[in-house]
Design a protein around this ligand. Structure first.
Ligand SMILES: *Cc1c(COP(=O)(O)O)cnc(C)c1O
Ligand code: SF4
Length: 340
């Protein structure tokens, strides 16, 4: 389970926003003008994986719409309690791909660091919702083990900071970590997998940009947005800060039932991302994590949708539809997988 975010030490704007994030489903429904009769809330799954959503993200939800695509991503509902075959605790076998705590090394040339369990938002479909962050993160006083691993494997060219959300760590800790990574000469690229610039754009402040631009490593930021309604003016402003500094910007999306499972929604997302200077990267088929079966889109439907997107958009705006398969050497294009 994702641990609650630690009370941040600094008192910048984003830390204040984070402290005011909503954790009470009833409060969320009240803000949206919805009643608990319209949406069956689940207390049990909320205890396992609490509701957490920044207010500025809530402001992007449509009032009075129980089917709002942003609301659906964060609200703990009864559907999560339905057990489904194949929907398991660790769907992509991450626990067996950890050479040292907090390092996931599955693919050639790049290694992923689980830097923290904390996120600014809790996405109900999260494939790491049951990940044992307390023992398996590189931060628990164990940076040095992770760094040693990176140092000893000269095939690693790229380090991916992931989590949780790496940008929920303080800039002091991140700057320190990145300085250590940059000392390893075979590493040339630094990739950050983060949803924070989308859900809490205030996070992209001067102090973040400072360490990101001070490093000799080539920076890549991979965002996570699932719906065009997530992008607003504040997000655009945050992204512009990255663009001005030459950061490569990509986006990954999870294909989610009743959130973005239409050609319309996917086309709109790709075009809206491009408008703010971000290219679509991956469209992930849902990882079968326990509690998320109601988000699943059938394989044949997913293929049909991506075909529709191809028909409508230039190739560079079509994300790669992939599935993470345990034991494989890369994320597998959906077209190569059977419909099982
Ligand atoms: C997804 C993932 C990556 C990144 O894969 P790319 O195809 O390079 O984007 C790296 N390591 C792990 C463990 C991953 O799950
Ligand atoms: S931001 Fe990413 S890691 Fe955090 S809950 Fe959402 S999907 Fe999971």
């Amino acid at each position: 389970m994702i641990t609650r975010i630690q009370a941040p030490m600094q008192s910048g704007k984003w830390q204040a926003e984070l402290r005011q994030a909503i954790s009470d489903p009833k409060e969320l429904l009240t803000i949206l003008g919805l009643s608990p009769q319209q949406l069956r809330l689940s207390d049990r799954t909320r205890r396992e994986f609490p509701l957490r959503v920044p207010r500025s993200y809530v402001a992007r939800m449509r009032k009075g719409d129980p089917k709002d695509p942003l609301l659906r991503q964060v609200l703990p509902i009864m559907s999560e309690e339905v057990e489904a075959a194949k929907f398991v605790q660790d769907p992509v076998a991450e626990l067996s791909a950890q050479p040292v705590p907090g390092v996931l090394h599955k693919y050639y040339g790049r290694a992923l660091l689980v830097t923290t369990g904390a996120c600014a938002i809790h996405c109900r479909y999260c494939f790491r919702r049951h990940f044992p962050y307390a023992t398996s993160n590189a931060a628990a006083g164990k940076w040095h083990l992770a760094l040693k691993y990176l140092r000893n494997d000269r095939s690693i060219k790229e380090v991916i900071l992931s989590g949780g959300d790496p940008l929920s760590l303080s800039d002091t800790r991140l700057a320190d970590l990145v300085t250590q990574i940059a000392k390893i000469d075979h590493i040339t690229r630094l990739r950050i997998h983060t949803r924070l610039p989308i859900v809490l754009p205030e996070r992209v402040d001067r102090s973040l940009l400072q360490w990101l631009c001070a490093t000799r490593l080539k920076p890549i930021v991979v965002l996570h947005a699932n719906h065009a309604n997530e992008l607003n003016e504040a997000v655009t402003k945050a992204i512009t800060q990255f663009r001005k500094r030459g950061v490569t910007l990509l986006n990954q999306t999870v294909l989610l039932r009743e959130v973005n499972d239409s050609v319309e929604a996917l086309v709109d997302l790709s075009e809206s991302l491009f408008d703010i200077g971000v290219l679509p990267y991956y469209l992930h088929l849902l990882d079968p994590v326990r509690g998320a079966a109601h988000f699943d889109v059938e394989h044949a439907t997913a293929l049909f949708l991506i075909d529709g997107v191809r028909e409508r958009l230039p190739g560079y705006l079509v994300p790669r539809l992939v599935r993470e398969c345990p034991g494989e050497r890369y994320k597998i294009p959906a077209e190569l997988l059977g419909t099982a």
